[in-house]
Design a protein around this ligand. Structure first.
Ligand code: GLU
Length: 289
């Protein structure tokens, strides 16, 4: 007999959580915590834990890092359902961008990062806030452009929005924090903000679990969900694993990888148990930088 452990709430909805690593480097302790939080929330609620490989960036994504991520999850003792990677979803991104464009909510921008840094007068969660320089000017037809969301117009159409974080409570959406975000970059099929809301909806994610470093991004995601008529999940932004310097771990700063721990013969399920209890290896702590 097959025992089905998945269950649904009173509305008939099953909890679906996800872990969505970008395969552009080896995973570290912070990723392990993220995966464990998402996995355990789904397990406690009789739901499903989904793995989605976020290989949106064609230049930095590597199949070997995706394979390593799967091996890391197995080593930590987690089971998962894998869904389509972002590289298989370009058509959905293009359709959503076309819809927003047809609705007059996107405008082209030819600025480089350095041009924006030179003219910006304010800074947001992703760096200098774009002051809208290209909004009113005519661009050379051959100039490569990114497509930005006209956030003020978008918010005028949706009206005030709220979203709910299971740890931080009810939030008033404030997407203007980021300025007019890029939804389609010059050289990729979609930007993170657009891809992730489409993917979470397509995967039936009911609770978006991820680190608190992405808390502010949820303001933008809530706006995009409203514009694209997508279901609105709950969010669960958990504290981050901080390194000895008190800063969040980063693939690029050479944080010790899970693969290296695995190769050194460390017991992954024992490590997972320690992380569940907030008992971190020496030098690491939990917090929000
Ligand atoms: N792909 C992102 C990362 O690896 C995570 C995005 C998310 O959880 O929304 O940092």
């Amino acid at each position: 007999m097959r025992i089905c452990r998945e269950s649904r709430d009173m509305s008939g909805q099953m909890e679906v959580t996800r872990f969505a690593p970008s395969p552009n480097g080896p995973l570290h302790l912070g990723h392990a915590l993220s995966a464990i939080v998402a996995h355990d929330l789904a397990a406690a609620r009789g739901g499903r834990f989904v793995l989605r490989i976020e290989d949106l960036d064609p230049v930095r994504s590597r199949a070997e890092y995706a394979a390593q991520a799967r091996a890391d999850l197995a080593w930590l003792g987690l089971g998962w359902h894998e869904v389509a990677p972002q590289s298989a979803r370009h058509a959905a991104y293009a359709a959503a961008a076309a819809r927003l464009g047809d609705e007059g909510l996107l405008y082209p921008c030819a600025c480089s990062r350095s041009e924006i840094a030179a003219v910006a007068t304010a800074s947001g969660p992703e760096g200098p806030i774009y002051p809208g320089s290209c909004k009113e000017r005519a661009l050379a037809p051959e100039a490569p452009v990114a497509w930005r969301l006209d956030v003020a117009e978008a918010m005028r159409r949706t009206g005030p929005l709220t979203w709910h974080d299971e740890l931080a409570g009810e939030q008033d959406a404030d997407p203007a924090l980021f300025g007019d975000v890029v939804l389609v970059p010059k050289e990729a099929p979609a930007a993170y903000h657009l891809a992730v809301v489409l993917d979470d909806a397509a995967d039936g994610v009911t609770c978006v679990t991820r680190g608190a470093d992405l808390f502010a991004a949820s303001h933008v995601h809530r706006l995009l969900q409203a514009l694209l008529d997508l279901p609105v999940p709950r969010w669960h932004h958990h504290p981050l694993v901080l390194g000895p310097d008190g800063d969040k771990l980063a693939k690029t700063r050479g944080s010790p990888s899970l693969a290296a721990r695995r190769a050194a013969g460390e017991d992954g399920t024992a490590l997972a148990q320690r992380l569940r209890k907030g008992d971190l290896p020496a030098g690491f702590s939990l917090g929000v930088p």
